[in-house]
Write a protein that binds this ligand. Sequence first.
Ligand SMILES: [Fe+2]
Ligand SMILES: [Fe+2]
Length: 269
Amino acid sequence: MTIRLMHVSDVHAGPPFAAEVAAVVLREAQTYAPDVFVVSGDFVQRADENAQWQTITSWLAQTPQPRFVVPGNHDVPLYNVWDRLFNPYKQYTTHISSDLMPVMHLAGVSLIGANTAFGWTIDGGYLSPVQQAHIRSAAASVPAGNRRVVVMHHHLVNPPGVGRRNRVANPEAIATLLDECQIDVVMCGHIHVSYIGHTRDLVPTLPRGTIICQAGTATSHRGKGRERHTCAFNTIEISDSLLVIRRHVYDSRCQQFVVHVEHHEELQA
Ligand SMILES: [Fe+2]
Ligand SMILES: [Fe+2]
């Protein structure tokens, strides 16, 4: 059995939103018809702006179900300091999902969502002890034989050429946590450039390691590094022992997404 995921991130409704590209992403999603449509945060550019939530809920409603979503740092208000500090997920839970720690078990694959966005930082991400305990307990509930995927907004690795963006705090400790929970794949966003790697890039001594799949920005003008001025998303196919990641990059000349990278990796027994 093969499970097919479509992974988009950093859709950023608001001034950076590329509506024409967002329409193409919808067409791609409807054609691909994934088993799960995954969004790893930053639904809006500015969570204080109600109109941006309206834009993105209208777009999200046209994406395939089931959906698996987690919040990003931009989904927390910036200007409304009271909400930012004391009710940071009010807009997200109102408009996107009431579940900040989703877990989904499919036949063959389990998805565990973690929230790295907080009100007291603007850009940085953090997996609190509560979030870490959630990953551990959700991993313990995974049916025997299922592959394990964690979805969170902030990234673990800064690829070359994009400068030092704020990764999730203590990325080496998080890589160790993922290893202890036997997570096969971690899917992230935030950095606005695609990257495929491995937690052993961070901590070479990990006994198992986790494949890192970071998505670029699917629908905004905020692409970074080699994906500056363009958009990208990933499709991920997971079978018993093989992972296939395809990176789809928008080509404005033909107004389509084109597969630039096809990455095959054997999964640990
Ligand atoms: Fe973003
Ligand atoms: Fe972000």
